[in-house]
Design a protein around this ligand. Structure first.
Ligand code: RB5
Length: 150
């Protein structure tokens, strides 16, 4: 599995901490930026990561901004993306197990660096449970496709 990352200035510190973790654990990764604390627009980085995840098999994404909210909103506009803002370990685990999230979104102004690394670790090492959750994730896709029927 490969990891792709992106952030804005509000998430740079936690993204850098996660990259140190990825290096330590020998993950293959691509960092789409940003790389400095200069103010940038998070949708650019959301788009780079989200299209990379949507166009490849076996790729998970990590996006970081100030809150995780804006960057997840932008990523979720790309077809096939299920980006989840997570602020604690339970959310990071459950969004893989039940939602088959393919991007975790984290907030550098919400959680500290150690927490960000822990949540990334859980996200990258937890599998989708399948079973009844397949039906529900398929419904999310149907809403996206405009084919959902009640
Ligand atoms: C940037 O100041 C901030 O708005 C951004 O990082 C993020 O929190 C948006 O959701």
């Amino acid at each position: 599995m490969k990891v792709v990352l992106g952030c804005d200035h509000g998430g740079l510190n936690i993204k850098n901490a996660i990259i140190e973790y990825l290096k330590e654990k020998n993950f293959e990764y691509t960092d789409f930026g940003c790389y400095t604390e200069e103010s940038v627009d998070y949708p650019q980085y959301a788009y780079k990561v989200a299209t990379s995840v949507a166009n490849s098999d076996d790729v998970l994404g990590i996006l970081c901004c100030g809150t995780g909210i804006g960057i997840s909103m932008a990523a979720n506009k790309v077809k096939g993306i299920r980006a989840a803002v997570c602020t604690n370990e339970f959310m990071a685990e459950m969004t893989r197990r039940h939602n088959n999230a393919n991007i975790i979104a984290l907030g550098g102004r919400i959680i500290d660096e150690d927490t960000a690394v822990k949540l990334a670790d859980i996200f990258l090492n937890t599998d989708f449970e399948g079973d009844r959750h397949i039906r529900r994730v398929d419904m999310i896709s149907a809403i996206e496709e405009g084919t959902f029927e009640l």
